[in-house]
Design a protein around this ligand. Structure first.
Ligand SMILES: NC(=O)c1ccc[n+]([C@@H]2O[C@H](COP(=O)([O-])OP(=O)(O)OC[C@H]3O[C@@H](n4cnc5c(N)ncnc54)[C@H](OP(=O)(O)O)[C@@H]3O)[C@@H](O)[C@H]2O)c1
Length: 306
């Protein structure tokens, strides 16, 4: 019998991992380590899994949250504050070591190992720390959420009526993948044996450029959405007010990574794990536009702004 402990299960990715894990292993073998146990979702409450308090910022809670378990899934802490983010991940890895967890799974991101994107740097540092921890590890590089397109697509908000999307540095391909598919694939890796001391990539299978994305959005909206590569300053000017300058400057480095092809890598693993076709980004985009939840990246960036 393998005991699992999962962090971040109230979040966008973690809730989907939980939903799938509970179908694969008995509820009695799963523990939810929640930052805020009183915020446990109905899905968690009704599942019968044990809930414990585990706050990355309070390491002693992590010891008790992870105690007596074999496999720990650390869902990365959502923030652009590099030091805080790495500190939180290290706290979880150290606690796992203290209470003798056997195998740590860490949700990293799909950028390259030598990425120039600011958002990847905390993952690179965490991956390095995990590899030298002496614990068995699996690093799961999660592909770019299809649902996060407004962030990459110049904070596009269809309700503003603007037909021009400005990005800095460069266009490039992204192998988008939806959160439902990532949640299912991640749960399957967690429940399986193997994947020891490896780094895997869960990606979409049809990378497209932002220009191609603009063409798809144009068809869905019946508008002519144009993409223009501009200077960093023009990008900032266009988006100031939507985000802090710190966040915009950090985010602009993503487009330098796009120029290097960092997000176009495709790995068949996710499709093989799911045993079906992945949901195309067009489908998620249409759903979001139809439901008018293209919010100019507000929801997605609010998480990073911590
Ligand atoms: N692959 C992509 O394209 C992509 C896109 C966006 C973000 N991400 C990253 O992927 C990771 C997961 O994203 P997500 O969308 O699931 O984020 P999310 O919805 O914001 O969920 C984050 C989770 O972390 C928990 N948490 C917050 N503070 C904590 C603390 N001090 N100790 C322990 N847990 C804490 C939250 O609990 P509460 O609900 O109690 O606050 C929540 O369950 C994040 O690192 C995020 O930055 C990836």
């Amino acid at each position: 019998m393998t005991k699992f402990v999962v962090t971040g299960a109230t979040g966008a990715l973690g809730s989907r991992i939980f939903k799938n894990l509970i179908r694969l292993v008995p509820a009695s073998d799963i523990i939810m380590s929640l930052y805020n146990p009183s915020g446990a979702t109905e899905d968690i409450k009704s599942s019968g899994v044990e809930v414990r308090r585990g706050d990355f910022g309070n390491p002693s809670t992590l010891d008790s949250a992870f105690a007596g378990t074999d496999k720990l899934l650390i869902v990365s802490y959502p923030s652009i504050a590099h030091e805080l983010r790495v500190k939180n991940h290290i706290a979880a890895i150290d606690a796992a070591k203290r209470v003798r967890v056997k195998h740590i799974y860490y949700t990293s991101l799909a950028f390259a190992s030598d990425s120039v994107a600011t958002v990847m740097q905390a993952h690179i540092d965490t991956e390095a720390y995990l590899k030298q921890s002496g614990l068995t590890y699996t690093i799961i590089r999660e592909g770019i959420y299809s649902e996060s397109w407004p962030l990459y697509f110049g904070y596009f908000d269809p309700s503003e009526g603007k037909d021009e999307v400005l990005i800095p540095y460069s266009d490039g391909k992204i192998a988008w993948v939806c959160r439902d598919d990532l949640g299912e694939g991640t749960a399957k890796i967690l429940a399986a044996s193997g994947y020891e001391n490896t780094t895997v990539l869960l990606s979409g299978d049809k990378p497209i450029t932002l220009l191609e994305f603009a063409q798809i959005a144009s068809r869905i909206l019946n508008r002519d959405i144009k993409l223009r590569v501009v200077s960093e300053d023009e990008y900032f000017k266009n988006n100031l007010g939507k985000q802090s300058e710190e966040l915009l400057r950090a985010w602009a480095t993503t487009y330098k990574a796009l120029a290097r092809g960092e997000l176009e890598k495709v790995d068949p693993l996710l499709k093989n794990l799911l045993g079906r076709e992945l949901r195309p980004v067009e489908v998620t985009l249409k759903e979001m536009l139809d439901a008018q939840v293209g919010d100019g990246g507000k929801e997605a960036t609010a998480r990073y702004a911590k």
